[in-house]
Design a protein around this ligand. Structure first.
Ligand SMILES: Nc1nc2c(ncn2[C@@H]2O[C@H](COP(=O)(O)OP(=O)(O)OP(=O)(O)O)[C@@H](O)[C@H]2O)c(=O)[nH]1
Ligand SMILES: [Mg+2]
Length: 451
């Protein structure tokens, strides 16, 4: 990627009014440009790096604000270039006015451009750069932990270990290709095969972490589904602990789906309350039900709710849309049912609850989190958290499988070496040893301006 070394500036704090706002300027001219509009006891040029100074921002002779300015001189800054940060009063007018003044001599930063420069200047690795975006977006304890782990380099270490192994096996093969007369002993070949199989397992293990990693970051999607009036919206409200959805005794109350997120034991869980599923001639309700189906298909978990009737037809329909493993069967309104009736549903794996008596909801929450809880040990060892990383590891897995096949079928060591090189390339892409403009654009376009 072509490195643009011009000086950039941006507002780094969110748009709106706050106690303070921070503007950031990075590049060769950063200190010069700020000096021109900043007046303090000493010139910015003489102030040591990493020191904050108090002064005034002036537009000509007109006072705009009293501010604190901090300089970070290259290479000891976030981007590796000269960086200046201006903390001003958090008024939209003041912040925009200062930005406008800066933009007369600098360019507005692209989204993520500060972090992109940090990467291009070797201040941080690629997985770390991605983690910066995740850190900013982390909304719960676990997503914060996952982002922090990646930022600290856990994923990079895990990938580097795999790469070391591949290099070792490639060296053995290259030696054999260059000096065939020495001949790989049968024992060595068997050994190599075993090692490649272990490597494959380790890669598959890593690939598997991606599903959980994405859930940690983007949230577990849980939909509440069932016939009208069974209490979907009531359960939705109970989880959120607010009266978010309208609840009435009339079937067909919820027309369009509602989405709200909560943190369950530190996990981000996104609940979707949907329109009750039934045959209807009402056009609006039909569209709502169609949307329910779409939500169901994209859910990680589906709570199939009934209120004492079998609802066999609805359940069969649901099974056409999602695999049974994702369905959690719930029997609501148990306050209206007899003990015997409840028992027979329990025998069929229904979890009993009542939003009126407020029981069974705790158990439901536990079942929702089942199978997605990730141990902190696993988090520390480095997990995949986005589709780019997952796709690359899958390519590495495929290439390693091919390498094992070619070795098994005696196709020639060149083939095995070639496949292993492919596996290496795929893994190197993840940690940024190999990058293309495409990869970088994909990573940084999701950032906000000012980071
Ligand atoms: N007895 C009893 N009534 C309940 C319980 N949960 C909900 N209800 C009542 O059942 C009725 C329907 O509840 P909703 O939550 O609106 O049901 P829904 O499944 O969202 O219905 P639609 O939006 O029409 O599909 C309301 O009158 C609720 O007060 C419960 O645990 N026990
Ligand atoms: Mg409803």
């Amino acid at each position: 990627m072509e490195y643009k070394s011009d000086t950039i500036s941006a507002i780094s704090t969110p748009a709106g009014t706050g106690g303070i706002s921070v503007l950031r300027i990075s590049g060769e001219k950063a200190i010069d440009v700020v000096s021109e509009i900043f007046s303090a006891k000493k010139s910015l040029h003489t102030i040591p790096s990493h020191k904050a100074v108090f002064g005034k921002i002036l537009d000509g002779k007109k006072l705009i604000d009293e501010v604190i300015v901090t300089t970070f001189r290259a290479p000891h800054s976030y981007t590796g270039e000269d960086v200046v940060e201006i903390s001003c009063h958090g008024s939209i007018f003041i912040t925009n006015k200062i930005l406008e003044m800066l933009l007369q001599k600098t360019r507005l930063a692209d989204p993520g451009e500060f972090t992109q420069r940090a990467f291009l200047n070797d201040r941080i690795g690629l997985t770390q750069a991605e983690a910066v975006g995740d850190l900013i977006n982390a909304r719960t304890r676990i997503s914060h932990l996952a982002a922090l782990q990646q930022f600290e380099g856990s994923l990079r270490h895990r990938i580097e270990k795999l790469l070391d192994k591949i290099t070792e096996y490639r060296t053995i093969l290259e030696l054999e290709i260059d000096f065939p007369e020495q001949g790989l002993e049968d024992l060595d070949k068997k050994n190599l095969k075993e090692n490649l199989n272990i490597l494959l397992q380790e890669m598959e293990q890593l690939a598997k972490t991606g599903t959980e990693g994405i859930i940690l970051k983007e949230g577990l999607r849980v939909s509440l589904v069932g016939a009208p009036n069974v209490g979907k919206s009531s359960i939705f409200n109970a989880f959120l602990e607010t009266e978010r959805a309208i609840v009435t005794p009339h079937p067909g109350t919820t027309r369009d789906y509602l989405e709200e997120a909560i943190s369950l034991k530190g996990y981000l869980v996104r609940f979707f309350d949907t329109a009750g599923i039934r045959d209807t001639s009402d056009d609006i309700e039909k569209i709502g039900i169609q949307r329910s189906y779409e939500i169901i298909k994209e859910s990680h978990k589906v709570l199939f709710i009934i209120d004492g009737k079998e609802n066999r037809k609805e359940y069969e329909k649901l099974k056409e849309l999602v695999e049974s493993a994702r369905i959690i069967k719930v029997l609501n309104k148990v306050d209206l049912l007899k003990e015997k009736e409840i028992q027979s549903f329990e025998e069929n794996d229904f979890i009993p609850c009542s939003t009126i008596q407020k029981n069974g909801l705790q158990k439901l929450k536990e079942v929702i989190l089942r199978n997605i809880e990730i141990s902190e040990d696993e988090l520390h060892s480095g997990i995949l958290t986005n589709t780019r990383q997952i796709a690359a590891v899958k390519r590495a897995v495929d290439s390693t499988r091919k390498a094992i096949d070619s070795l098994q079928n005696d196709l020639g060591y060149e083939f095995t070496a070639f496949d292993l090189k492919e596996a290496s390339t795929a893994l190197e892409e993840i940690i940024g040893k190999i990058t293309t403009d495409n990869i970088l654009n994909q990573i940084f376009e999701n950032f906000c301006i000012g980071k």
